[in-house]
Design a protein around this ligand. Structure first.
Ligand code: ADP
Ligand code: MG
Length: 633
């Protein structure tokens, strides 16, 4: 690594004002960025008590030369740039030369570092900015920084910190983002002695998402790639079915940096617009590569914002590319195999082998073995994953799906090698908007299967509508319409329904009493733990009010919903509709026809409010192929 020099004043003045170390998160971010800048391909981060008592970052990077250690802790000392001109061609994450100095000023730092060229390393201790110890020691190649007692000498800053658990969750979030932004680096994250996740550094973004977010999410991703006007985007788009309630899963990186950008967020959301309901946000992990001369990362000291040249053009490009990718992927789910994954362990098992950065060679051998075996399995994995979501997610319907599985699987198992099943024929479904009111005259109800699914023939397709999902969707849309138009009608219950709430339920209800009232619930205290439900939203009347009320409270307290009042009310409405149609209700054919008619008038009839599909399709072509009327090669 180049020598660490103090920048001259002209350069310092041109760099946006440096951040102060604000919380454990900022320390971890700076130290990991240093590790990456040092070329490490294995980084371990360990924190205790949210990072307030201990932060340890160990890397297997270049190390710092003995003679340079002191310089590293000087303010504005960096090996990464020498002048302001270098900023335009910046390839490192750090460049201000402030992090180590700022961290050392407010904590007790111990740094152990060794370069591969030197035989021994250095242990350097600095507390509150005052040098305490420097000694030569044996050490593995790379650098370890230990930060203890953060803000021990600055009580006002310490007071500003949240609970250790909250600070820890910020760090955990950051670590996830760092792991996804550096798929070639193996990360291990340990919190209070427990390994939270471990990535292998094999550059497989999909695998990283799997290790961090688990099977359900990773089974619903569309690979995405686009290159236009000097901007390359690569990553994964979540299918609309895994929509989120907030923006925190819109994850994107610009030239390797995790950033927040309203412009990019908006462009992504606009690309998804016709696929997601209002107040729902996509899941995506996208890497943007933008020519360095077209962006400015020097806008904000935390380096979380960027300025991009020619914004309107960039915006349109992102939006259109995403829309196009979604559009080309059939969103009415195909029936596919439902076998559980046999070979791959869950994220938990992924944590079992967690080498430290200096055990590099062991990682290499293990990874080689893994790559070979995962290559052998990858084809079937991909085919098997998509349906695992539906099977595991829903209680009642599961059994039916499972029973139907052998037949269904046989009918439309996609040919090996084309797991995502994108056929031009199916795209017409979307363009035609089959589920439009106009299409009503062209469909025919065939009957019901397993008391749950309605079979419909439509042109050359068999559509299967999930009665529960459809019912939930229709109820939700009706309730939402009334809510938005301030037209909520309560149905009075005579006599009222008396419910007994547990302590937890009561606490949850009291917290959300106003929200329940806004949706049309009329609830009064009835002494002790009892409450009288005197009215419910008209749209939910007659659906086992007592049970579904308990269920809403259950879900509400489990989820600990927060956000704007309107957002909270929408969440409650979603839960209410789900709870209301939960029973395995029988429906006459006529009622079902009415339900489907109403479903068809909705703008987005394809998913229930929870994102579960309301309808799946099977084409005549697939059937004929299976009956060998059409012979394919
Ligand atoms: P900056 O990253 O902006 O240069 P820092 O204060 O974070 O400033 O680090 C100062 C210098 O110390 C870096 O420029 C780099 O030369 C050296 N350094 C810091 N951390 C490491 C590390 N983990 N491995 C190798 N060198 C490091
Ligand atoms: Mg740095």
């Amino acid at each position: 690594m180049a020598a660490i020099n103090v920048l001259n004043h002209q350069t310092i003045d041109k760099i946006a004002a440096g951040e102060v170390v604000e919380r454990p998160l900022s320390v971890v971010k700076e130290l990991v960025e240093n590790a990456i800048d040092a070329g490490a391909d294995a980084v371990t981060v360990e924190i205790k008590d949210g990072g307030t008592s201990l932060i340890r970052v160990t890397d297997n990077g270049s190390g710092i030369e003995k003679t340079q250690i002191r310089n590293a802790f000087l303010r504005h000392a960096t090996s990464k740039i020498t002048s302001a001109e270098d900023l335009t061609s910046l390839v490192t994450l750090g460049f201000r030369g402030e992090a180590l100095a700022s961290i050392a000023a407010v904590s007790m730092v111990e740094l152990i570092s060794k370069t591969p060229q030197e035989l021994t390393g250095i242990r350097y201790v600095i507390e509150g900015g005052v040098e305490k110890e420097e000694e030569e020691i044996g050490a593995p190649d790379g650098t370890t920084v230990l930060v203890r007692s953060l803000f021990y000498n600055t009580p006002p800053r310490r007071k500003f910190l949240k609970q250790p658990q909250t600070e820890g969750s910020y760090v955990a979030d950051l670590m996830e983002h760092l792991a996804m932004s550096n798929p070639g680096v193996s990360f291990k994250f340990v919190m209070n002695g427990q390994t939270k996740f471990y990535t292998t550094g094999n550059r497989d973004l999909h695998e990283i998402v799997y290790r961090i977010y688990g099977r359900e999410i990773s089974a619903q991703l569309i690979p995405f790639h686009s290159r236009e006007n000097g901007v390359e985007i690569e990553g994964l788009l979540g299918k609309p079915v895994i929509n989120r309630a907030n923006r925190s899963y819109e994850i994107f990186y610009v030239n390797g940096r995790y950033i927040k950008s309203t412009l990019i967020s908006k462009a992504i959301e606009e690309g998804y617009r016709t696929y997601l309901m209002q107040h729902k946000f996509p899941f995506c992990v996208l890497h943007f590569q933008i020519d360095a001369d077209r962006i400015d990362v020097n806008v904000h000291p935390t380096k979380m914002e960027v300025r991009i040249a020619d914004e309107p053009l960039f915006y349109d490009m992102v939006k259109n590319a995403i829309y196009q990718a979604l559009h080309e992927t059939e969103m009415i789910p195909e029936v596919t195999l439902t076998k559980k994954e046999a070979h791959r362990g869950g994220p938990e098992s992924a944590m079992q082998s967690c080498p430290e950065p200096f055990e590099r060679s062991r990682i290499a051998t293990e990874e080689m073995k893994k790559t070979i075996s995962s290559a052998q399995q990858s084809a079937c994995d991909r085919v098997q994953e998509p349906n695992a979501y539906y099977v595991s997610k829903e209680g009642m319907q599961n059994q039916h799906v499972m029973q139907a599985e052998p037949v269904a699987a046989d009918i439309v198992t996609p040919p090996a090698g084309t797991p995502s099943v994108v056929t031009p024929v199916q795209m017409e479904l979307f363009e035609d908007k089959i589920l439009s009111a106009k299409a009503r005259v062209r469909y025919q109800m065939l009957g019901q299967l397993f008391d749950t699914y309605w079979l419909i023939s439509y042109e050359d397709k068999l559509l299967i509508v999930d009665q529960h999902a459809a019912h939930e969707k229709v109820k939700y849309e009706r309730l939402m319409k009334h809510f938005k138009e301030h037209d909520i009608v309560s149905q009075t219950l005579v006599p009222p329904i008396i419910v007994t709430m547990s302590g937890r339920e009561k606490e949850c209800y009291v917290r959300h009493a106003n929200d329940f009232a806004a949706l049309g619930f009329v609830i009064e205290e009835f002494g002790g733990n009892e409450y009288a439900i005197r009215g419910v939203p008209l749209d939910l009347y007659g659906y086992g009010e007592k049970e579904f009320f308990h269920e809403i409270l259950d879900e509400l307290s489990a989820e600990n919903v927060t956000g704007t009042p309107e957002g909270i009310r929408i969440r409650i409405a979603t839960m209410a509709c789900k709870a209301a149609v939960k029973g395995n209700m029988r429906m006459s054919r006529q009622e079902a026809e009415q339900l489907i008619d109403e479903l068809l008038t909705l703008e987005n009839p394809y998913h229930c409010p929870h994102g579960r599909p309301t309808v799946i399709s099977m084409s005549k072509y697939e059937l004929e192929k299976k009956f060998k009327r059409i012979v394919t090669s």
